[in-house]
Ligand binder design. Structure first.
Ligand code: FAD
Length: 290
């Protein structure tokens, strides 16, 4: 199918983009187009105007600091995947991005677009949640920060007003003595995940487990972070019972069934992926604590 007719605007600044968005209720931001354009082609969306951000300068930078990584609205998945500084400060970024679609889509699609799209099957919404991240949003009422908990409202739905541009996403750094892993099960490499898991294990100074958090992909309507610490709290890292953490995770999630997998199968995958990823993350955390 072909999209319904729409107008096209290519503003050269964020205020100019906001002006077009504010003038028309049906106007929509276009970033990489890797989610929006298929929706248009299937006539599942019919914006009156596409407001293309691609000519707005200054949105394509990755800023790495000791406290975290700020990813600009025009940073492509491929750019973030290749960014060594970002991977050093927040390893989940590259590990999760490697699972986003195929190279052609990663060359065009943006990390911030993924977050603004709020797809429960997207990896980067889950990473934003797991890292305790936020987005910076420009709107007619000024520029502000929205934390992940306040951002995601439902599948493909955020709390942002229509006339808003997400200018960047911020992913805080890992706490000290922490390790992470991200893994997923998909029917084919590059497909959306049937189930994905990102985890962070944090140790105390005596190499005992102090905190365990996990977030899942394609499980639930919005990203959530599950605290699995109780299952393994205080265990020496080498002896921690990661299977118990996986079992706890299975009781906390509320997956849905669809044509790709039943809810029960997704719950099973949550347990298996949690156990495996935690075991790997613990090795990293222990290495980092030496
Ligand atoms: P666009 O398509 O341009 O926009 C998506 C939505 O976000 C639109 O509603 C748009 O208005 C809004 N938006 C975008 N940027 C902003 C902004 N800065 N401010 C406000 N609103 C904004 N994604 C995954 O996560 N995992 C996958 O496995 C995966 N597989 C895919 C497979 C295929 C075949 C395809 C076509 C896509 C796949 N995607 C996958 C989606 C891809 O990652 C997209 O790049 C991403 O979801 C959206 O980024 P985008 O820059 O292309 O956004």
């Amino acid at each position: 199918m072909k999209p319904a007719p729409f107008r096209y605007a290519d503003p050269r600044s964020v205020p100019e983009a906001l002006e077009v968005l504010a003038a028309e209720e049906g106007a929509k931001v276009l970033a990489g187009g890797q989610s929006l354009l298929p929706l248009l082609s299937m006539r599942l969306a019919a914006p009156t105007t596409l407001v293309d951000l691609n000519r707005v300068p200054g949105l394509d930078t990755v800023e790495v600091g000791g406290d975290g990584v700020r990813v600009g609205a025009l940073v492509r998945h491929a750019g973030l995947l290749a960014h060594q500084g970002a991977a050093r400060v927040q390893p989940l970024l590259a590990r999760a991005t490697a699972n986003v679609a195929h190279p052609a889509i990663r060359n065009r699609g943006t990390t911030v677009g993924s977050i603004a799209h709020a797809d429960p099957a997207g990896e980067m919404t889950s990473v934003l949640a797991l890292t305790g991240g936020s987005v910076t949003v420009a709107s007619s009422s000024g520029t502000g920060t929205v934390g992940w908990r306040d951002l995601f409202v439902g599948p493909l739905e955020t709390s942002l007003p229509g006339a808003a541009v997400v200018t960047s996403a911020f992913f805080p750094a890992l706490p000290p003595r922490s390790g992470t892993t991200f893994a997923e099960v998909a029917r084919r490499k590059g497909d959306y995940a049937v189930c994905g898991a990102g985890v962070v294990v944090t140790l105390d100074e005596d190499r005992r487990v102090a905190a365990v958090r996990a977030s899942y992909v394609s499980v639930g309507l919005t990203p959530e972070v599950h605290d699995l610490t109780d299952a393994v709290a205080g265990s020496p890292v080498e002896k921690a019972d990661w299977a118990a953490a996986g079992a706890l995770a299975r009781t906390l999630v509320e997956p849905d069934g669809d044509l790709h997998a039943s809810a029960d199968y997704r719950r099973l995958l949550v347990g298996v992926l949690t156990e495996r990823t935690l075991a790997d993350a613990a090795v990293e955390a222990a290495g980092g604590s030496e």
